[in-house]
Design a protein around this ligand. Structure first.
Ligand SMILES: Nc1ncnc2c1ncn2[C@@H]1O[C@H](COP(=O)(O)OP(=O)(O)OP(=O)(O)O)[C@@H](O)[C@H]1O
Ligand SMILES: [Mg+2]
Length: 251
């Protein structure tokens, strides 16, 4: 087991009492697995990802990566954010090399690595462009390359394609699957789109309303690329949508 989350609980202190975001969340992720997490807004998806990334800490429960307890951020985990979070004053190459600079990787290795990643994510010719010169899809390619530059074992992605138009989003999903197949990374991917989850995931984890734990896990052993127009795709999408709708209680 690569990533192991055991009885995770997260409560945020409020002026009075506390807000329990996550209650009793247990999940094991295998090496190389592609996991999608779905759930209503505010159920704690970002919180879980931040805790896995070491950017926040749980109230109780245990998370380990390859048997090692997670105690803070580390280069074994790469994060890709919804809002791109690129440095506007740095070129594509310099954005990708940022983490390697911090780790004092020698210039030559840095260049070789960033060049390989630029090719992997399909940004040849844009090495010296700055973020404002890029489309949304291209910015997210930089985001993915930057996360991969630290050679993480696991990619943590928080609605990475949420800001993209439908066509670009579909293309980026295909690109991500290609990159995933080439690099064999483990991926934990948060999305609001059931369609996206069914297209991408080996397993879909559906979370419930706060205080959230896992409501259901769907195994999707289908081959890729998946056919959105197929009956089985439509049926599974419908089933998961119905599940999510049931959870959103009327006010
Ligand atoms: N730093 C914080 N302090 C207090 N409450 C917080 C904090 N961060 C998150 N929360 C609360 O915890 C709950 C879960 O938030 P989180 O951002 O993880 O939800 P989410 O599932 O990612 O939602 P969305 O789908 O809208 O992105 C929310 O009710 C949120 O208000
Ligand atoms: Mg979120």
């Amino acid at each position: 087991m690569m990533l192991s989350i055991e009885k995770l609980r997260k409560a945020f202190p409020l002026e009075e009492g506390e807000l329990v975001a996550i209650e009793d969340f247990t999940l094991d992720v295998k090496k190389g697995e592609f996991i999608c997490i779905l759930g209503p807004s505010g159920c704690g998806k970002t919180t879980i990802l931040r805790i896995i990334a070491g950017l926040d800490t749980q109230t109780s429960g245990k998370i380990s990566l390859d048997g090692k307890i997670i105690k803070g951020p580390g280069s074994d985990r790469g994060m890709v954010f919804q809002e791109f979070a690129l440095f506007p004053w740095r070129s594509v190459r310099k954005n990708i090399e940022f983490g390697m600079e911090l780790r004092k990787v020698p210039v030559k290795t840095r260049h070789e690595t960033s060049q390989k990643l630029i090719e992997l994510v399909g940004l040849e010719g844009f090495e010296d462009a700055h973020p404002h010169e890029l489309s949304g899809g291209m910015k997210q390619r930089v985001g993915i390359a930057r996360a991969l530059a630290n050679e993480p074992d696991i990619l943590l992605m928080d609605e990475p394609f949420g800001a993209l138009d439908a066509q670009t989003r579909n293309m980026m999903q295909k690109e991500l699957l290609r990159i995933w197949e080439e690099t064999k990374k483990t991926v934990v991917f948060i999305t609001h789109s059931v369609d996206e989850a069914v297209f991408l995931a080996d397993r879909i984890v559906v979370m419930g309303e706060r205080p959230s734990s896992i409501t259901e896990i769907y195994d999707i052993p289908w081959e890729r690329p998946r056919e959105r127009a197929s009956m089985e795709f439509a049926n599974l999408r419908k089933e998961i949508l119905a599940k999510l709708e049931m959870m959103v209680r009327p006010e």
